[in-house]
Design a protein around this ligand. Structure first.
Ligand code: GLC
Length: 657
């Protein structure tokens, strides 16, 4: 019988938890000490207790209701509440102050001065301490949010780590990168400088090296019940039929056979990433304790990895099931009770209609922020087709959502670009899914005449004809090709395209994220093909060592790095200082005759921004809505204009007061 049906309430497990539940021994001791020593502290403790109780009371009924709906286990819920209280009391007073300030401010993460950067610790600075030493550079980039790519313990062998997304210990930093103390120290230093830290919480699966997986592999039923074990081939076949493949070529199938057990374990991602079984309340409780443990290290944003996948149900496609929303809603409440300064960032790489529900509702919110994934993919589609119609439609969808919904905007991240576009619409315009994906991939591979992009395919599936794409922003914009050919004119065009795409990203509401290296035009790194541990995963093409040699040249105005760095810095400064970029501004797109022109209008108070982007090689004459005085925010010139000449891949930010 498959172990995945067993209910974790029968779990013998954690002596620790039981002790915590039955014998709150630590507490009276603390109270006594407080009594003897410092009455002032006693009142702080009393205040603290009151804060916790008040927050718990606010959410208790709903939290209990949802928990019981999933698990119907009052003892486990009681344990859970007790543990939340323990994590709350363990939370450093500085973090509690930050929580209070953020609660008072409201949606602090929506401020237009926010600018993010995502980076690999080892590529950027070797270790966590190294990142701390590089904070002056991060400040020079105007960045006040750092997403540290996975750094928890993971197999050192890169062919079994999925870039750190196969976690073998949620409470230990990978030794080569540092320690938990280094992390807390970095968080402290960041907070002093007003910088927030983001980390991944990979809750869908663990590494096969995680203690639970090792014990499950050894046949311990209690641990087997934390994963999905299956010996019935018919069930495995049904999953194969009903559930789409995540890595169809690099890791086909949904189960991995373990000969020592004569059973298969569910592995939707790589075979060494075992899917956790959230039907087992022990899994939920322990993973939430891990979440709170990490929150207490001083993290500000928790990126919940692969959210749509966390609940599995035979007979469904195992994506976006209602129970996933229940779990995310519970996480939101847990955060609001223990550490309300924390922002939940959901990684939902799905079509738009599946993404927005992860915000929850205004009364019952789930994630604070989500990736604007379809907009990102549609942007690159627009680069390749020079047709802005789909991007406009996509922007209209986003602009119609409630303004409280906050998106994380990006051009590139550590993953491939999956061409998740609105094919129903494209088909109406004569672009069918499979040939169009082929067109996009050919274009970005640089195979199409006129294309200046360079990169590589990812998970090309011979069965469906599907393939995704990998490369850095700079390489996709032509900086790699122009540099290789030593062609200055091509280089200027490539830089212009790169800067324009960033300007477009900054024009959107939400949190803009720069992929570390993009600020200096880092190109593809092909060295992964020579390394057997990485060669199979072409995402490493855009995960190269950070090019400090380019940073050394950012003050030399003859360099590409300087031109990009300065241009982005200027745009970021404008975004920070101009209220038209406020998250609450009203945003819309404007109908314009020429489909290679994208026109975005932002209104805040009496000010209106016309942001116009030319997605073509040709110079265009742009007719402003009326002859009037506009301020070009980039040049600073205010003058009366009726038309503006916009060269290929250029943009204007024109403000009308
Ligand atoms: C997320 C990550 C990706 C990883 C996957 C499995 O999608 O972004 O890099 O491979 O989760 O954890």
């Amino acid at each position: 019988m498959p172990a995945n049906n067993s209910n974790g309430s029968a779990a013998k497990k954690p002596a620790v938890k039981k002790t915590a539940a039955k014998k709150p021994a630590a507490k009276p001791a603390v109270k006594k000490a407080a009594l003897k020593k410092a009455p002032a502290r006693r009142s702080t403790k009393a205040k603290d207790d009151a804060v916790f109780q008040e927050r718990l009371a606010r959410h208790h009924d709903e939290l209990r209701w949802l928990y019981m709906e999933l698990y119907d286990n009052g003892d486990m819920f009681a344990e859970f509440v007790q543990e939340m209280e323990r994590f709350f009391h363990e939370r450093a007073s500085e973090l509690k102050k930050l929580d209070a300030a953020r609660e008072a401010e409201g949606a602090w993460y929506r401020n237009r001065n926010m600018l993010g950067m995502q980076m690999y610790i080892d590529n950027f600075a070797g270790t966590i301490k190294g990142v701390e030493e590089k904070l002056p550079y991060i400040e020079r980039c105007h960045v006040n949010y750092i997403h540290l790519m996975p750094f928890l313990d993971t197999p050192a062998d890169k062919s079994r780590s999925d870039g750190g997304y196969a976690v073998s210990d949620f409470r230990r930093v990978m030794p080569a990168l540092g320690t938990m103390d280094d992390l807390s120290h970095l968080a402290e230093k960041c907070h002093e400088k007003g910088i927030s830290l983001c980390m991944d919480f990979v809750m869908n699966h663990t590494s096969e090296d995680h203690e639970w997986a090792r014990r499950a592999r050894a046949g311990e039923g209690e641990y087997m019940s934390r994963y999905f074990f299956e010996s019935n081939q018919a069930v495995i076949d049904q999953y194969t039929r009903d559930v789409p493949q995540v890595f169809p070529t690099t890791a086909p199938g949904h189960f991995t056979y373990l000969p020592e057990l004569g059973q298969s374990v569910m592995t939707q991602f790589y075979p060494y990433q075992w899917d956790l079984n959230y039907r087992n309340p022990r899994v939920f409780n322990e993973m939430m304790y891990n979440f709170l443990f990490l929150a207490n290290r001083g993290l500000d944003f928790i990126r919940i990895d692969a959210v749509p996948y966390i609940w599995k149900q035979l007979g469904t496609n195992c994506r976006n099931l209602p129970q996933v929303h229940t779990i995310v809603r519970m996480m939101r409440m847990i955060g609001e009770i223990v550490c309300p300064g924390i922002v939940l960032l959901g990684e939902v790489v799905m079509e738009p209609k599946e993404v927005a529900p992860y915000f929850g509702t205004v009364e019952k919110p789930e994630c604070h922020m989500l990736y604007n994934v379809t907009t990102m993919a549609t942007t690159w589609h627009t680069v390749a087709t020079r047709d802005t119609r789909l991007l406009r439609r996509q922007m209209d969808i986003v602009c119609d959502l409630p303004r409280e919904y906050t998106f994380l905007n990006y051009l590139r991240c550590h993953d491939d670009i999956g061409w998740g576009l609105d094919y129903a619409t494209l088909s109406g315009w004569g672009m069918e899914e499979v040939p169009h994906k082929r067109y996009l991939n050919d274009y970005f591979l640089g195979h199409t005449p006129g294309s200046v992009s360079r990169g590589t395919l990812y998970n090309a599936d011979p069965v469906t004809g599907d393939a995704r794409f990998c490369a850095t922003t700079a390489s996709m914009c032509g900086i790699e090709a122009a540099g290789f050919e030593g062609d200055d004119e091509k280089m200027s065009q490539a830089i212009q395209k790169d800067v324009m795409l960033h300007a477009y990203m900054f024009t959107q509401s939400g949190l803009p994220i720069i992929y570390s290296g993009d600020e200096v035009g880092q190109v593809n790194d092909y060295s992964y093909t020579e390394d057997p541990e990485r060669a199979e995963d072409s995402r490493y093409i855009h995960r190269g060592k950070f090019p400090w040699e380019l940073v050394d040249k950012i003050d030399d105005d003859t360099t590409v790095a300087h031109r990009i760095f300065e241009a982005l810095g200027e745009l970021e400064g404008i975004r920070r200082s101009e209220p038209v970029f406020d998250a609450d501004a009203e945003v819309s797109t404007k109908d314009y005759d020429d489909t290679s022109i994208l026109w975005i209008v932002r209104r805040a108070g009496d000010e209106v921004l016309h942001a116009v982007f030319n997605f073509s090689d040709e110079t265009k004459t742009i007719w402003m809505p009326e002859r009037a005085v506009y301020t070009n925010l980039v040049t600073g010139v205010s003058e009366e204009v009726e038309t503006v000449e916009l060269s290929g891949w250029d943009f204007i930010w024109m403000k009308r007061a």
